[in-house]
Ligand binder design. Structure first.
Ligand code: F6P
Length: 410
C-alpha cells in the first residue's frame, strides 16, 4: 500500500518530553513514532519539552530516522518549562499556538507526568489543541488506575513507564551497599528520589533494605522515638551488626531545634511548576542515629542513578503496549486522554487488551497505598512485594556471613 493511501497521510504528529527524565522515554518516543508512521503521519520531535514550542520553535524530523529506544533518558531533551507560567509581557500559549500552526502540527503527544500532561490537557480544553498524554515518572505516583489483585482484594496501584527500570537500579544499589555496610558494621541510610510518594524508595527492600521511610508517613517527634527504638533493636538483632535504612528524599522530618516538621531542601530554588528541590535528609537521619544511639551511621544519596541507565525489558514492553493504545486513541480522535494499564501483570502478559485510557485532567498524584506499607515496622507488606514481583526480577542478595570458628588462645 502506498504512503498516500494511509489513513493519516498528509498529517503531522509531534512528540515532546517534559519534566524529570526516566530510562523509558526514548523507548516511548520510538514506540509512538513507529506506530504513528505506520498510520501515515509525518512524525516530528519537539526539543526540550514545551520550551521547543516557544520563540522560533525547535523541531526535528523523526520520520524514518534511526532511533535507539533502549538508550535511557530522552534524545528530545527535557525541561520543566510551564506554558502557563509566562513572565510579564510574554504570551507562551500564543507562541505555542503560532508554532503549531507554523510547523503544521496536527496532533501533539506529550510524554510527561502530572505537570506536563496537566498543561497539555489545559491547552486541549482552552485552545482545542489535539493532545494525547503518555505517562512517565520514576516516582510512580501518577494515577494510572492500574488494579492489583492480591489475595481476593483489589488495590489501586500504579505502573508508570520509567518506574520498573528505576526500581531495578534502586534495588541493585541497595544490594551493593550491603558489602560496605557489613564491613564497617554500620547503619547505612540510603536516600532515594520520590518527592511526594514512597513507591520507588520501597523497591529497596528487593535489594535487602531492612527499614523504609516514606513521605506518606511523616516523622513526627513521637514517630522518631519509635523509629530510633526500632533501629537499635534491629541493629542488635542483625547477624552482621549492620542495617540499611532507605529514606525518600521527600520525607517530612521533625527538627528538634525548630520544633518543625519539614522536608530537607537541596536548594531554595523552585521550578516553573512551583516544586522545590529536595535532598540531604539521609545525612540528617544518619547523624541523629549516631547521636541518639551511639551507632556508626553514614548517608548515601542514590539521586540521579535511579533515573540513569538503559531501558529495561518491562519498560520496553510497557511503552510498546501503551503505544498500541495510542493508535486506538488516534483512530478514534480521542484527545485529552492518556493510555494506562488496567491490571498489574508480569512482563510477558503486557498486551494492548489490558489497556484503557484516562482523562488527562484527572491523573493527579497517588501515594503508596496503606495496603503496601506497614508503619509499625517501617517496612513493606507482602502485598507490595507481590506487586513488585510483577514488574521486576528479584536481585540476588549479596550476603557473606563470615561465620568463622573463633580461635581461643591457649
Ligand atoms: O521527576 C521526579 C523527580 O525524579 C523527583 O523524584 C525528584 O525530586 C526530581 O525529579 C528531581 O528533578 P531535577 O532533575 O529537577 O533535579
Amino acid at each position: 500500500m502506498g504512503l498516500d493511501h494511509k489513513l493519516f497521510h498528509g498529517k503531522t504528529l509531534a512528540i515532546l518530553s517534559g519534566g524529570g527524565d526516566t530510562p523509558a522515554i526514548n523507548s516511548s518516543i520510538e514506540c509512538v513514532r513507529n506506530r504513528a508512521s505506520m498510520l501515515g503521519f509525518k512524525v516530528y520531535g519537539i526539543l526540550q519539552g514545551w520550551k521547543g514550542l516557544l520563540g522560533a520553535g525547535q523541531v526535528v524530523d523523526l520520520t524514518c530516522q534511526p532511533y535507539n529506544g533502549f538508550y535511557g533518558g530522552t534524545a528530545l531533551r527535557s525541561s520543566r518549562t510551564n506554558p502557563f507560567s509566562s513572565k510579564p509581557g510574554e504570551d507562551r500559549v500564543g507562541q505555542i499556538l503560532t508554532n503549531l500552526k507554523r510547523y503544521k502540527i496536527d496532533v501533539l503527544v506529550t510524554i510527561g507526568g502530572d505537570d506536563t500532561n496537566g498543561a497539555a490537557k489545559k491547552l486541549y480544553e482552552q485552545e482545542g489543541i489535539p493532545v494525547i498524554g503518555f505517562p512517565k515518572t520514576i516516582d510512580n505516583d501518577l494515577r494510572t488506575r492500574t488494579m492489583h489483585h492480591y489475595e481476593g482484594k483489589e488495590i489501586e496501584a500504579v505502573i508508570c513507564p520509567g518506574f520498573p527500570s528505576a526500581a531495578r537500579t534502586v534495588a541493585r544499589l541497595t544490594s551493593m551497599l550491603r558489602t560496605t555496610t557489613d564491613s564497617h558494621q554500620r547503619v547505612m541510610v540510603m536516600e532515594v528520589m520520590g518527592r511526594d510518594a514512597g513507591w520507588l524508595t520501597a523497591t529497596s527492600v528487593y535489594g535487602g533494605a531492612d527499614m523504609v521511610l516514606v513521605p506518606e508517613c511523616p516523622m513526627t517527634a513521637e514517630r522518631k522515638d519509635f523509629f530510633f527504638e526500632r533501629v537499635k533493636e534491629m541493629f542488635m538483632r542483625s547477624k552482621n551488626r549492620s542495617l540499611i535504612v532507605a529514606v525518600s528524599e521527600g520525607i517530612r522530618w521533625h527538627d528538634e531545634k525548630t520544633g518543625k516538621l519539614d522536608v530537607v531542601h537541596a536548594s531554595a530554588e523552585t521550578d516553573e511548576y512551583g516544586h522545590a528541590r529536595f535532598g540531604g535528609v539521609s545525612g540528617v537521619v544518619a547523624s541523629e542515629i549516631s547521636h541518639r544511639l551511639g551507632l556508626d551511621a553514614r548517608a548515601q544519596i542514590s539521586g540521579y542513578y535511579a533515573r540513569a541507565g538503559e531501558c529495561r525489558e518491562y519498560d520496553r514492553r510497557l511503552t510498546s503496549t501503551l503505544a498500541d493504545k495510542v493508535v486506538d486513541l488516534l483512530l478514534r480522535n480521542a484527545y485529552g486522554q492518556m493510555p494506562v494499564l488496567n491490571k498489574v501483570v508480569r512482563c510477558d502478559e503486557l498486551e494492548e487488551f489490558n489497556t484503557s485510557s484516562i482523562d488527562m485532567g484527572s491523573i493527579g498524584n497517588i501515594p503508596l497505598p496503606d495496603a503496601y506499607y506497614d508503619k509499625n515496622v517501617f517496612g513493606v507488606t507482602d502485598a507490595y512485594r507481590d506487586f513488585l514481583s510483577h514488574v521486576m526480577e528479584p536481585i540476588p542478595e549479596l550476603r557473606f556471613e563470615g561465620d568463622f570458628p573463633v580461635v581461643v588462645s591457649e
